[in-house]
Design a protein around this ligand. Structure first.
Ligand SMILES: [Zn+2]
Length: 297
């Protein structure tokens, strides 16, 4: 039974767990005169979405909006496009060709999640070009007077964007403001995925999004949070500090295990918490790739 909760006026959140993957996949439905789906997640999430829609009496979708095209946010868009042929799938210009022809996306998904990723996440299929909509930076999608503003938010990936819902002052932030994690204490980690993480852009995006003055953050791998300014500051600070620690360690020729321990010690001493090893490995790999690309390490 899917638990659908109204988290802001006409904004409904549900979690679509993917068996075998220890991450929160939060999906958001906006129920105006038309239905909007934000952060569809992988294909494996679709049955939960359909059940949530049924509970809400929502029969159709007008817009399907992933924040970016990584499989955990958008793996299901092609299958959803088939199920809802009247819907537009809104994708950043840097991601749109991969949505129409996901062959390269599938290849890179295999390198990150293994050759048999489909067994967990479900397949990635193309979105028909006629259903794709490429928004401009700042473009407003208006539904029954409700304004959803699309804002480009590069750093985690070049094809990342966020959605600012003016009617509730809430931001669907994807991975642009850190990875909140699933513990009770939230300390957003830098959301780093090799090979396209760019620390400089990530920090610039964080500061630009802070200016929106959002009063609510709708996380994709977490819940809905109201302490927006504190969380945004923490995301920026962690992004800088992790970068400093990793760059210093790389320059000193440390092994990945040693770097991992340094980060682990930092988080333990600052927050009294543990970071899971898979997240740490991804963070270190992403930063290393970035620093090498910049010629810094
Ligand atoms: Zn991602």
């Amino acid at each position: 039974m899917v638990d659908v909760k109204e988290v802001a006026h006409k904004v409904y959140r549900l979690e679509a767990p993917v068996p075998g993957v220890n991450t929160i996949f939060a999906v958001y439905l906006i129920q105006e005169s038309e239905g909007v789906l934000i952060e569809p997640g992988p294909t494996a999430a679709i049955p939960s979405i359909q059940e949530g829609m049924k509970q809400l009496g929502m029969e159709d979708l007008t817009y399907i909006i992933p924040t970016h095209i990584h499989i955990d946010h958008a793996g299901g868009i092609g299958t959803l496009a088939q199920l809802f042929p009247g819907a537009k799938v809104v994708v950043h210009p840097r991601g749109v060709k991969h949505a129409a022809d996901p062959s390269r996306l599938i290849e890179s998904t295999r390198t990150v999640f293994g050759a048999d990723f489909e067994a967990l996440f479900g397949p990635i299929v193309p979105v028909p070009e006629s259903q794709l909509k490429v928004p401009e930076d700042g473009e407003i999608i208006s539904i029954n007077g409700r304004e959803l503003q699309i804002i480009y938010a590069p750093g985690h990936a070049p094809h990342h964007m966020v959605i600012f819902d003016h009617s509730v002052n809430g931001l669907f932030c994807g991975e642009a403001l850190g990875l909140p994690g699933s513990s009770n204490i939230i300390f957003p980690l830098p959301a780093v995925a090799p090979p396209s993480f760019d620390q400089e852009l990530y920090l610039e995006t964080i500061e630009r999004l802070r200016q929106l003055g959002a009063q609510m953050l709708f996380y994709s791998h977490g819940g809905v949070e109201l302490e927006t300014d504190v969380l945004i500051s923490m995301a920026a600070e962690n992004t800088r500090t992790f970068g400093d620690i990793i760059l210093k360690a790389l320059k000193e020729g440390e092994t990945l295990e040693a770097i991992s321990r340094r980060i682990g010690d930092h988080v333990a001493s600052h927050y009294g918490l543990e970071v899971n090893e898979m997240d740490l490995a991804l963070i270190i790999a992403g930063y290393s790739f970035y620093f090498k690309k910049k010629g810094l390490a």
